[in-house]
Design a protein around this ligand. Structure first.
Ligand code: GRF
Length: 232
């Protein structure tokens, strides 16, 4: 939604609370973190729709428990990715959604979605992008032997796990880490940074300039560093 200020400059004006559409396929712990942040009054947003492509997903159970409008849409009922996405866009628009939040949604999006919500789709990925895009990011990190793993919230563009980066969390790895232990620790950070990224968006504090996301009012962290292993 564009609003004209008296200075003649155009600025993005977000409705309050910000209407969200959350797309899930699995456990839905990130959905839960967003619900919790809204309930705690830390995030001025409203989940208008939870859309799930897997009827048995735990995320559906979580959404229903909180009385959220939940739509099950099985991709196998559609012949093409574009046909599925066209229906998804219709549903999101009917719900007045302004920001689409992918929270463990296991489908690649077609340009149909990107055109409908340009720079209005966020995704969370369990790695410090551009390292380890794609599936099994935590396993890739363990196998590679990185000392610092992490999570990334980014805007979605036409390439997988690629769009402009909004916020990242670094998670040190240990010698005994397995895919599972690392996944658990990364998830803890995901639940912090996803609501935070949405909050920045809701407050109109994100501006995309090419690949960079400029955050207004951002605290400088220039003197901080995470060392892994930690020095004695
Ligand atoms: C998370 O690790 C997220 O980074 C990835 O899928 C997982 C979803 O977990 N995209 P949950 O369903 O939110 O618990």
């Amino acid at each position: 939604m564009l609003d004209r200020r008296c200075s003649g400059r155009y600025v993005l004006r977000m409705p309050h609370p910000l209407p969200l559409g959350v797309l899930v396929s699995g456990n839905g712990s990130n959905l839960q973190a967003i619900i919790d942040a809204i309930t705690a009054g830390e995030l001025d947003a409203e989940i208008r729709i939870v859309l799930c492509n897997v009827p048995t997903a735990r995320g559906v159970e979580r959404a229903r428990k909180h009385g959220l409008h939940t739509v099950i849409l099985s991709h196998s009922d559609f012949h093409t990715r574009e046909a599925f996405d066209t229906r998804v866009v219709e549903i999101l628009r009917e719900g007045g959604v302004e920001l689409v939040v992918l929270a463990g949604f296991n489908r690649l999006l077609s340009p149909v979605m990107m055109r409908a919500f340009p720079m209005r789709i966020m995704n969370i990925h369990p790695a410090l992008l551009p390292a380890f895009p794609g599936l099994h990011a935590q396993r890739q990190a363990v196998d590679y032997g990185v000392r610092i793993a992490g999570a990334t919230v980014h805007f979605v563009d036409e390439n997988t796990d690629h769009g402009p980066i909004i916020i990242q969390a670094a998670v040190p790895t240990g010698p005994d880490d397995t895919e599972e232990t690392l996944q658990e620790r990364i998830l803890i950070q995901e639940h912090i940074i996803y609501p935070e990224a949405i909050r920045l968006f809701a407050e109109g504090r994100l501006r995309v300039e090419g690949r960079r996301v400029v955050t207004t009012g951002q605290q400088a962290a220039a003197d901080q560093a995470l060392l892994s292993p930690a020095p004695r």
